[in-house]
Design a protein around this ligand. Structure first.
Ligand code: ADP
Ligand code: ADP
Length: 216
């Protein structure tokens, strides 16, 4: 489903990614580990079209991501790729369900359809009683689960998660990681997860180890 071929990235002529090849199948949960500075975030950002590679190509279901530009790129990203970061980045003035719905509205999907999907996702994530809470009234674990629902609202082909459990205590981290598997069961959702969590990283279909700009 997602294929990266010989992806490189240089920052000011300094090689950061030195030829990365990855193939991820639909419904797979892949973790990426490696020491700080190995290039994990850079790779995830490039796979998610947030950054351009210096060379190489990335195909998502036969669409060449490196050829997308401007509004077409932004629209494609909103519809096909979900993101979860270490910090939830929820909009504080909006309720949980509003935060989840926003990418659906931006994609131009019918409002009732978006809202129904948002309710389903928030219920699946154990937030049935939190739909109308603003982020400030939610716990850290709950906020991050709202961010997961937001990442899924447009049924993305793949979710890119950069240290999704990095700001959670170990119990909430385990719970969130387990939810990725539950979402895979229910939705056949694909996840690529960069993590430093040594307990959770092996709990995946495949664990990729990055070192010095390469997958080893
Ligand atoms: P990791 O996620 O494995 O910790 P990163 O992908 O964040 O690694 O960074 C890999 C290397 O690239 C680091 O040396 C970092 O300082 C460098 N780097 C990342 N982003 C930039 C940038 N925008 N400009 C210059 N150097 C960068
Ligand atoms: P984290 O600790 O969350 O992995 P990063 O080191 O990846 O944070 O950096 C956060 C942001 O700063 C990223 O957007 C990355 O591209 C940018 N960045 C990282 N290192 C550098 C650098 N040496 N020069 C410029 N930007 C950088």
């Amino acid at each position: 489903m997602l294929t990266a071929r010989n992806v490189t990235k240089n920052y000011s002529n300094l090689p950061i990614l030195k030829g990365v090849d990855i193939t991820v199948s639909k419904g797979e949960i892949v973790t990426i580990v490696g020491s700080s500075g190995a290039g994990k975030s850079t790779l995830l950002h490039i796979l998610g079209t947030l950054d351009q590679p210096s060379s190489g190509e990335i195909l998502l279901n036969d669409v060449n991501l490196t050829e997308l530009k401007g509004n077409r790129l932004a629209d494609f990203r909103n519809r096909h790729i979900g993101f979860i970061f270490q910090f939830h980045h929820l909009l504080p003035e909006f309720t949980a369900i509003e935060n989840v719905c926003i990418p659906g509205y931006i994609a131009g999907v019918n409002k009732n359809t978006v809202r129904e999907k948002a309710v389903f996702l928030l219920e699946t994530l154990g937030l049935k009683d939190r739909l109308d809470h603003k982020p400030g009234a939610l716990s850290g674990g709950e906020q991050q689960r709202v961010a997961v629902a937001r990442a899924l609202i447009n049924s993305p082909d793949v979710v890119m998660a950069d240290e999704p459990t990095g700001n959670l205590d170990s119990r909430n981290a385990r719970e969130l990681h387990n939810l990725f598997f539950e979402l895979r069961e229910k939705l056949n959702q694909t996840f690529i997860i960069v993590t430093h969590n040594e307990e959770l990283a092996p709990l995946s279909d495949r664990q990729l180890v990055m070192k010095d700009g390469k997958i080893i």
